[in-house]
Design a protein around this ligand. Sequence first.
Ligand code: ACO
Length: 332
Amino acid sequence: MSIPIKIAAIGFQVPSTVVTNDDLTKIIDTSDEWIRTRTGIERRHVLSGNETAVGMGIKAAEKVIKKSKIDADKIDFIIAAASVETHAYPSSACEIQAAVGAVNAACFDITAACSGLIYGMGIARALIKSESAKTVLIVATDAVSRCLDWTDRTSCVLFGDGAGAMMLTVSDDEQDDILAVDLKAEGQYGNFIKMPIPGKNCPLVEPNEEEKMFVKMDGKEVYKYVVTKLPGYIEECVAKSGLKMNEIDYLIPHQANMRIIEALEKRLEFNPENVISNIQEYANTSAASIPIALTEAIEQGKIKLPCSAILTGFGAGMTVGTTVVKLREGIA
Ligand code: ACO
């Protein structure tokens, strides 16, 4: 018999420092009107001082551990979806483990950019279904503001920082909360969004020049890719879930661009009220955007529990991840 999985808790953390579109006009040639009309973004939260992506991830993790009422030492795995880190190792997951006291957890990071939460859910689901784990904590945390070229107006206006977390465990009833997961990758489009980490040859081999680590994105190509491919991928996942599109209550897409979200809403024939967006407040927080949008919508009463929902993300890779879930009362 397939082991049923419970989404036990979700939560998020964002930095308190806010940068508005008007603020950005002080450093680049842009306007609030351009950013709002092209993207839907009004402001973004960014790290300051010695705050870090891992620090936000720890706070989000602590919230979901508390909400889930699962002791940290019962967590079998921590998966951190953190594409923007200050160092390659130790992994973000290990650092989060140490802070929350998940002493029995195995820990690793995944790189799937903005699809990170859904990739994490797919892996966690497989671990639980195969009886390799009972409880998995996923932490999606990204500090993109630290890796932007703040002189490049085509990319720096689009992103913000944030973290989200989700606790998955074996269900204590028959209900399986994850009805379907569909993960895709199309590496042939890898040049659409890149963040090179400059490595240097030995100086005895050749002289080195200072290089910076910046997000580089071909926004137009990303836009075309997403609006042409994502709706069909979502339909495939819904078909696997056993539900029909019109039986699903909410759509919570990755928050990259309001026009992409509206295109999905139209194509999938969702009622606008049931499509969750908070891009105006947080911009694109990469892997954290879905858990932030989901948790906040529950807290604000825009999502009524219990319900069914589609979570769908896309990002550098290109990667795409979609899941159809049931959300129980008390998870946020
Ligand atoms: N302010 C003012 N003008 C600007 C700005 C800005 N911030 N940025 C670009 N422009 C100018 C351009 O220079 C261009 O001027 P020109 O016509 O004189 O050459 C004009 O505005 C139009 O630029 P476009 O690039 O054609 O603008 P477009 O309508 O395509 O919108 C955008 C750009 C918002 C980036 C859009 O393409 C988009 O949202 N794409 C998807 C991005 C996305 O989803 N990314 C996901 C990343 S996920 C991850 O994994 C990190």
